[in-house]
Each structure stands twice: as C-alpha cells, then as structure tokens.
Design a protein around this ligand. Structure first.
Ligand SMILES: Cc1cc2nc3c(=O)[nH]c(=O)nc-3n(C[C@H](O)[C@H](O)[C@H](O)COP(=O)(O)OP(=O)(O)OC[C@H]3O[C@@H](n4cnc5c(N)ncnc54)[C@H](O)[C@@H]3O)c2cc1C
Length: 284
C-alpha cells in the first residue's frame, strides 16, 4: 500500500472516489483484510471511512430509522432504536462472526461486499429498506431489493459511497424474525439465512408478508410470489405446510463447501413453516 487517506469530510472522500483510479474503500476491514491476505494483492491507495461523521449514528425520524454506513454490528445489536424498529436486523448483527468482528465490521461493508451469504441483507429486504449512495454527481436512493444485480455485482458505481440505510420501522403488532443456520453458533458463515415481516388483520388473515433468504442463490432472494400467495390467507398448519413447499421450490441453492442444495431447500421450508406457526399464535 502506497497511500492511506482518511478524510474528515464527505466531499473530500467523494472527490477521491471520482478520480480516474479511485482508491479502495476501507471501513472495518474484516472482509478486505482476509481477501488481501488470500490473494496476496494489496491496493496502492486506501480510503478509510473511519473519520467521516456522516457515516455514523443511528437516528429515527417518524417511522424511518437511519443507520450510518459505518455503524458496527455491535452498535446495531445494542441499539434500542434498532431493536424496536427492525428487531430482525439487531438479531442478525448479533450472529455475525464473534465479538471482535462485530466491534469492527460495519453495516455498509456487509452490504457493499456483496456476499450472497451475508447476514444483514435478508432483514433489510423484508423491511423494504433503501440504501443512500453519494458521489460527486449527487445522492440517490436504491431499494435494497434492487441493490444486487448478480453475484457480487452491485447497483453501485465505482465513484459512489454507501452513506446510509433507511428502514421503515416495524408496525406495531407485526411479527419480524431472523433465522440463521450455520455449523456452529459463532464464527459460522450461513448455510441458510432468512428473515420475515408478517402481519395479521383484525380478522386473523395475513395482511402483510415479506420473506427473504440468503445463501440460497447468487444474491439474497426476496420470496415475493410466496408473499403474495400468503396475503389474505389464515396462518393455518395447512397454509404453513404449503408455504414451506413454495419456499423450498422458489430458492435456487447449490452444493458448496458449507452445505448441499437439498439441505438448504429443506431448511428454508422448515423455517417458513415455523414462522407461519408462530404467526398463528399472535391471533390467540
Ligand atoms: C472471522 C470472520 C467472520 C465473519 N463472519 C460473518 C458472519 O457471520 N456473517 C456475515 O455476514 N459476515 C461475516 N464476516 C464478513 C464481515 O465481517 C462482514 O461482512 C462485515 O460487515 C464487513 O464490514 P467491514 O466494515 O469490515 O467491511 P470492509 O472489509 O472494510 O469492506 C468490505 C467491502 O465493502 C466495501 N465498502 C465498505 N464500506 C463501504 C461503503 N460505505 N461504501 C462503499 N463500499 C464500502 C469495501 O471497499 C470492500 O469492498 C466475517 C468475517 C470474518 C473475518
């Protein structure tokens, strides 16, 4: 590495990113360092985000939660605002790596790294979050469901910095859940990771459904057809069983070093069934 820059102002960072040979963006470094070690390649210019105040902080205005991109997993886990507005995200952050990784790793790094096994995208998908991207050309927001175009291929230009994530808060009475299956409880990359946001109306039928899974395809997948099928139905055991089948059919997992496609399909179905069973208990 020849140059290490840590600007205090966002416009300075964006100017550097707009150069013909932009620097490599560094947040917590927990994805980058292992990549650099494994490939024995080092960038010539690193742009560290650690002094940029705009990328920090957790705030809520009305029903929208704003998370700076450099908020760490530990901060997400401990924040009462996150626990109330997006409990599945707080739960997801608590499963990332172990304490050391949670203290350094950031929300923005988890999203920008683009791993289909990353734990934070599913709860952001089901909450219908938006990502705020900035460049010298201006700022724009991208729905998280459109952030991943393909395997590690993001709807983010080279000169854009992920500055914040905006999350509609969980409506009162709705159910939000996160589920991760790994080889062990800490330091485990997901075999399957999923989240849901579900709600019932006063008659006990499903009025809102959003479900998403990671590690089951090249990108995090929103199960939109299943969600549409669920709305208007009662969360009976039969609906749960059918939903499980539809979910297993919808995902596109593969065999890899962590698991098999068959196991992943099966587990996705069982998780969806468990969520529907739990939803039915809200109605009692
Ligand atoms: C031992 C270990 C265990 C882990 N376990 C898990 C796990 O259980 N679950 C999980 O999901 N992940 C896990 N990870 C991966 C990693 O810790 C997380 O993805 C983390 O959130 C990455 O954040 P970071 O700040 O360290 O990113 P960095 O390593 O700094 O950056 C990652 C990528 O994102 C880019 N980037 C970072 N911030 C921005 C930004 N604001 N705008 C644009 N681009 C940006 C960087 O250029 C780089 O390409 C693990 C990693 C290790 C080493």
């Amino acid at each position: 590495m020849k140059t290490f820059t840590a600007p205090e102002r966002l416009d300075e960072a964006l100017t550097l990113l707009g150069e013909a040979s932009p620097p490599t963006v560094l947040a917590g470094g927990t994805d980058l360092w292992p990549q650099w070690t494994a490939t024995k390649t080092k960038p010539t210019h690193v742009l560290s985000l650690h002094r940029l105040e705009e990328l920090r902080g957790i705030t809520r205005a009305g029903d929208i939660l704003r998370l700076g991109a450099c908020v760490t997993h530990s901060e997400l886990t401990r924040s009462p605002l996150v626990q109330a507005a997006c409990p599945a995200l707080a739960a997801a952050a608590a499963t990332v790596g172990a304490t050391q990784i949670q203290n350094r790793g950031t929300l923005g790094g988890n999203l920008a790294n683009g791993s289909p096994a990353a734990d934070l995208p599913p709860p952001l998908f089901t909450a219908n979050a938006e990502v705020e991207l900035h460049s010298r050309r201006g700022a724009r927001r991208v729905p998280i469901t459109r952030l991943y175009r393909g395997y590690r291929d993001l709807e983010r230009e080279r000169d854009e910095l992920l500055v914040a994530v905006h999350i509609p808060a969980l409506p009162s009475g709705a159910l939000e859940r996160f589920w991760k299956v790994g080889t062990r409880r800490a330091q485990a990359i997901s075999k399957v990771v999923g989240a849901c946001r579900l709600a019932l109306d006063e008659k006990g039928t499903i009025s809102h459904a959003a479900l998403a899974f990671g590690s089951v395809g090249p990108v995090t997948m929103a199960l939109d057809e299943l969600a549409s099928w669920l709305v208007g139905k009662e969360p009976t055991p039969e609906v749960g069983e059918k939903a499980a089948q539809l979910a297993s059919d919808a995902v596109q997992p593969m065999d890899d070093i962590r698991s098999t496609a068959d196991y992943r399909r099966h587990v996705v179905g069982r998780i969806v069934k468990a969520w529907i069973v739990e939803l039915a208990t809200l109605n009692r």
